[in-house]
Design a protein around this ligand. Structure first.
Ligand code: ADP
Ligand code: MG
Length: 699
């Protein structure tokens, strides 16, 4: 096997701290470092110096072009390449790249979704360098991570509000830490996203219009074997998949992405990749890149990587786990219990802030992961339910109970909890990580938000999470800064928070029907099942007030985002509906008809030879298939009607409700008949590869 020098490979395509330190003058380096670490404004002369060095480095590493790399509201990344060339008087070219080109770009952005933002303001948007995320080279192009805004300053992307939310949390967390006598430079949130995906054979993929157009199968009868044996999870990785993963790791490492863990997942053909965690905006950039490289890299192995949340009915879909914590520049994880009683009190305060944030803004967390694709998973007993709740584990729950009730803590060490006096036990991962059904679980020193869909940008949920936690921390800081006796006020505050928000805490089985009843009827938690249900809550007054007060969004940005997300939901399902019609009319009905013809011919031929043959198989199959073609025709006509009807609704809210209540049920009805017909038709006559072929043909 080819030997690899991973340390040498790692980050070789990244303009990272090592390159900056080695190549920039000390003055320029220190100034840039200060901008990165402390969010200070960037000096123009510094940008000019950085641009020159960056250009030379990029050209040495094979780059011919540069691009501002950004994340518009489509959910994928965007880039427009410019070459470095500039004509020289002798008829040749020189390679140029200025500070201005590094800092600011002006892509013609009129085709990106803006939810009406740019119609009322400026037609053009601009991109602005985010120096906190390193530039990198991909496909001979120097990619400069940027934010994307309109000229009036409205965010047109996911990165800008993410950076704002990180800043909001930074400000409030520092206020709290000051009260504990800690003066830190900054508090940042860290994220480690675990990414699930499917790998299928390219030849099979290309025969399925539904996969090509929508990323998921819209039809398909169950194969004899699915995931019931649990033999795929952590199973031996097949050679073709191993070769793919090796290449993938190499590409990711070159880009400085800390790809760490890889394994087979629950469903056949399903896998997972997890990186080591990093600062949220870097983790977001890296996750977008990871998804892109996963898909591109698969093609080289004659595979296709599916990132859709539910590529196959009947087996698990794919999600993403957003492991999240807060840490200071001094390396202190604020969600890790400390060594002293005083540090434990600080830990409990940050813990309380998260619990309160999730309870107060559970609707924002829910809607931050809402897409047509993810609607297939949440609440389908394979992913957490659409109801948001927090899992703390027995040990921590017992501690909070003891604080709430002023009773001795009955844990392993039997201590009475007095904040600021007693120590907390260390939580081992074992006691905290057993529940896989909870959407939001404490796992020792971080929270794991598990409701994300595999194709979601992690920016969305982290914007909401950061902002909501910033809001709890703000309330706490307001109260504690004015307290006469800090410790007793702190104790009272934590106790009150636990009492008030205990309804969001749930350690039980999130998949059970009883939980849905208890959550909704007894605890009053919301169960927003679909995107159409969830998304409008973005504009609820309490949510708008919070997000605007922390300057994470403006009112018009919120309105535009709600509109874009609902539009995306409607368009996605609309394309699925049209694809179904197309496949049924052009492939399935003609194929069934051909098969019926051969059955009828066989029957009449056999019976003309002998009066004794009954032809029971041929006749009964023919009768049922013929009934099914009638049902399929009827259902496809109804689906066509529903698709046509969608055009008549006055606004996107009404359209999204019609998609939920009318279009999707009609798609489901049609699928049922087609899947039954598939089971009755010879495999040779069926026009697309079966589930069995799609799921089990990669070795
Ligand atoms: P699981 O048991 O869910 O598979 P892993 O041990 O694989 O969990 O870790 C999941 C992710 O959590 C990894 O990306 C890891 O780097 C990340 N992680 C670990 N500690 C932290 C932390 N303090 N903050 C954020 N993410 C973290
Ligand atoms: Mg996990």
């Amino acid at each position: 096997m080819e030997k690899q020098n991973v340390p040498e490979l790692f980050g070789s395509m990244v303009f990272d701290d090592r390159v900056m330190k080695a190549r920039l003058s000390a003055k320029v380096y220190n100034s840039l470092r200060k901008t990165i670490d402390e969010n200070t404004d960037l000096d123009v002369s510094v940008a000019e110096a950085v641009a020159q060095v960056m250009r030379d480095w990029a050209i040495e590493n094979g780059a011919t072009h540069f691009t501002h790399w950004f994340q518009p509201l489509t959910g994928v990344t965007a880039e427009k390449h410019d070459s470095f060339i500039s004509p020289s008087p002798d008829g040749g070219v020189i390679m140029e790249f200025s500070g201005k080109e590094l800092i600011k770009g002006e892509p013609d952005a009129s085709s990106f979704p803006s939810g009406g933002l740019r119609a009322t303001f400026e037609a053009r948007g601009y991109t602005a360098w985010d120096p906190t995320s390193y530039a990198f080279i991909k496909d001979h192009t120097l990619c400069i991570p940027t934010a994307f805004c309109s000229y009036s300053g409205e965010a047109l992307d996911k990165k800008t509000p993410l950076l704002r939310s990180m800043q909001a949390l930074n400000v409030q967390a520092k206020r709290i830490l000051k009260l504990f006598g800690k003066d830190v430079k900054y508090v940042r949130t860290s994220v480690g996203p675990e990414q699930e995906y499917f790998l299928i054979d390219r030849e099979m993929f290309e025969k399925r219009p539904d996969l090509i157009y929508t990323g998921r199968t819209l039809f398909g009868a169950m194969p004899p074997k699915g995931q019931e044996l649990d033999d795929h999870y952590f199973g031996v990785i097949k050679p073709r998949v191993t070769a793919y993963m090796e290449d993938l790791n190499k590409e990711l490492w070159k880009l400085g992405i800390l790809a760490k863990t890889e394994h087979n997942e629950v469903a056949p053909a399903q896998h997972e990749l997890a990186p080591i965690y990093s600062t949220t905006n870097v983790a977001t950039d890296n996750n977008q890149l990871t998804m892109e490289i996963m898909q591109k890299g698969a093609r080289k192995h004659d595979l296709v990587c599916l990132l859709h949340e539910k590529p196959f009915a009947g087996v698990n879909g794919s999600g993403k786990h957003n492991n999240w914590s807060m840490a200071t520049d001094t390396g202190m994880n604020l969600l890790s219990p400390g060594d002293t009683p005083f540090e434990n009190a600080q830990f409990l305060l940050f813990l309380a802030a998260v619990i309160q944030a999730v309870d107060d803004y559970s609707d924002l967390l829910r809607l931050s992961v809402a897409t047509a694709g993810n609607d297939h998973r949440l609440g389908a007993n394979e992913a957490p339910p659409a109801i948001i709740s927090v899992f703390l584990g027995e040990e921590l729950t017992a501690i909070l109970d003891a604080i709430k009730n002023d009773t001795p803590y009955q844990g392993k060490e039997k201590v009475i909890m007095k904040l600021g006096v007693d120590s907390l036990p260390r939580f081992s991962r074992d006691t905290t990580d057993r529940n896989r059904t909870s959407p939001f679980a404490f796992t020792g020193n971080k929270f794991e938000f598990r409701s994300l869909g595999s194709s979601n940008s992690i920016a969305c949920c982290n914007i909401m999470l950061n902002a909501a936690v910033a809001e709890s921390l703000k309330q706490y800081a307001d109260r504690l800064e004015g307290a006469k006796d800090f410790e007793s006020e702190l104790h009272a505050l934590i106790k009150e928070t636990i009492t008030k928000h205990e309804r969001i805490l749930f350690n039980g089985n999130g998949y059970g029907e009883e939980w849905v009843r208890e959550a909704v009827e007894v605890r009053g938690l919301s169960n927003l099942k679909t995107t159409a249900d969830a998304m409008p809550h973005l504009l609820d007054k309490k949510n708008k007030d919070m997000l605007m007060s922390h300057k994470v969004f403006t009112e018009s940005e919120l309105q535009s985002r709600c509109e874009i997300m609902l539009e995306n939901y409607c368009k996605t399902v609309n394309i699925e509906g049209h694809t179904m019609v197309d496949m049924v009319r052009k492939s399935y009905l003609p194929a069934i008809e051909e098969y019926l013809y051969s059955l009828a011919q066989t029957t009449s031929l056999m019976q003309s030879v002998s009066k004794n043959v009954k032809c029971s198989y041929e006749i009964s199959t023919m009768e049922r298939l013929s009934e099914l073609t009638d049902c399929i025709l009827d259902s496809v006509e109804k689906l066509e009607g529903a698709l046509e009807d969608l055009k008549k609704y006055p606004d996107i809210m009404a359209t999204s409700k019609a998609v939920r209540d009318d279009l999707i049920p009609k798609m489901d009805a049609l699928r049922k008949y087609v899947d039954e017909a598939e089971m009755l038709t010879s495999e040779k006559s069926w026009p697309v590869p079966s589930y069995g072929k799609l799921l089990f043909s990669v070795y």
